[in-house]
Design a protein around this ligand. Structure first.
Ligand code: UDP
Ligand code: MG
Length: 323
């Protein structure tokens, strides 16, 4: 019998744990043709989420629990999940149950047809206008940098075949943008649509700052195009400055017009200063990433694991590159 892992990263989701347990047991009941593993990754919750998870594990061994040593963020929690998942396929879902379990049979259907990555696209979103628009612009911006197709309105809600999971496990960068990685690894993709659910309880963990962070990370982890942008900007500014120089020489010598000194100098200095700071900032973004990656730290540490994976493996310390 094939085994499917449902990967559920959770940070302070104590209010939704009951609903989660109920939904998962329902999934198992409605799809009896598969072995199920419900992999709960506790991302350093402070509100008793872990106790709920352990209770679930004790009452049903299909619930496995990875307890991370602190809050690392969803991207790293998912990385831990990939390491600990034992299924032939992994379905990633939010622990707040905003992702409907009703599309799971459809995902499995396409997986059985040979698709390796069945991703779910939001049909309509009940998020605010601003969040929706900014995410739309962001996708468009990111896509303009690269020829690798990026799936719009697609999050982490998807079914991944073991092949994809093994590929993702080899990508050990710690400043992760998993969305970009799904596209990057390729393989056979299939999109399906779903209605995003309202959050049943608790609050969204995203703060505006975190979103900006994620957006910047997405760009810098996905493409080096902004570095080129800095060079192109420099080139354009130099060209414009040169044309302006010729213009001033002509105007003063031929037309005998006195040049306005102060405004022209101010404009030039401010403009160039801005361009230089922008370019430095772009360089800094990439340098910061390099700094964080060359330390080659493990992505996470684990307090405890309650589940079925062989205990002699230590993926969290496994730093081996894709050799
Ligand atoms: N999450 C996590 N670590 C964090 C933040 C969030 O594991 O530091 C989990 C969270 O428990 C949820 C999922 O990531 O299962 C999505 O988070 P959230 O619902 O807050 O994001 P939103 O749906 O608002 O985008
Ligand atoms: Mg949510």
């Amino acid at each position: 019998m094939k085994k499917i892992t449902i990967l559920l990263p959770a940070y302070n989701e104590v209010e939704t744990m009951g609903l989660l347990e109920h939904s998962m047991l329902q999934v198992a009941e409605q799809n009896p043709g598969y072995d199920w593993e419900f992999l709960l990754v506790n991302d350093g919750s402070t509100d008793g989420t872990l106790q709920q998870m352990l209770r679930m594990h004790n009452s049903d061994a299909r619930f496995c629990v990875v307890d991370l040593s602190r809050n690392y963020g969803k991207e790293i929690a998912m990385m831990a999940g990939f390491d600990y998942a034992t299924g032939d396929a992994v379905i990633i879902m939010d622990a707040d149950m905003q992702h409907p379990v009703s599309v799971i049979p459809e995902m499995i259907h396409y997986w059985e047809q040979g698709f390796d990555d069945v991703y779910a696209q939001r049909k309509s979103s009940n998020e605010g206008w601003l969040k929706r628009k900014t995410s739309q612009w962001y996708y468009r911006l990111l896509q303009s940098f690269t020829s690798i197709p990026i799936q719009q309105d697609t999050g982490d809600f998807r079914l991944l075949d073991r092949t994809c999971v093994e590929a993702l496990k080899q990508m050990r960068e710690v400043e992760r943008n998993t969305k970009g990685m799904y596209s990057w690894i390729g393989f056979n993709k299939k999109g399906i649509t779903y209605e995003q659910q309202e959050r049943q309880a608790g609050a969204s963990k995203w703060r505006p700052g975190a979103l900006v962070n994620l957006a910047l990370n997405g760009i810098t982890s996905y493409t080096t195009a902004p570095l080129r942008l800095a060079s192109i900007l420099g080139l354009i500014v130099s060209l414009v400055a040169f044309v302006y120089l010729v213009y001033i020489i002509v105007v003063t010598n031929v037309c005998g017009e006195p040049v306005q000194g102060y405004p022209t100098i101010m404009v030039t200095v401010l403009f160039l200063g801005g361009v230089q700071l922008l370019s430095l900032g772009i360089l800094g973004e990439y340098l910061g990433r390099v700094f964080n990656e060359v330390k080659r730290r493990p992505g996470y540490f684990v307090n405890s694991y309650n589940g079925k994976r062989e205990s002699n493996e230590h993926h969290s310390q496994d730093l081996s590159p894709a050799s």
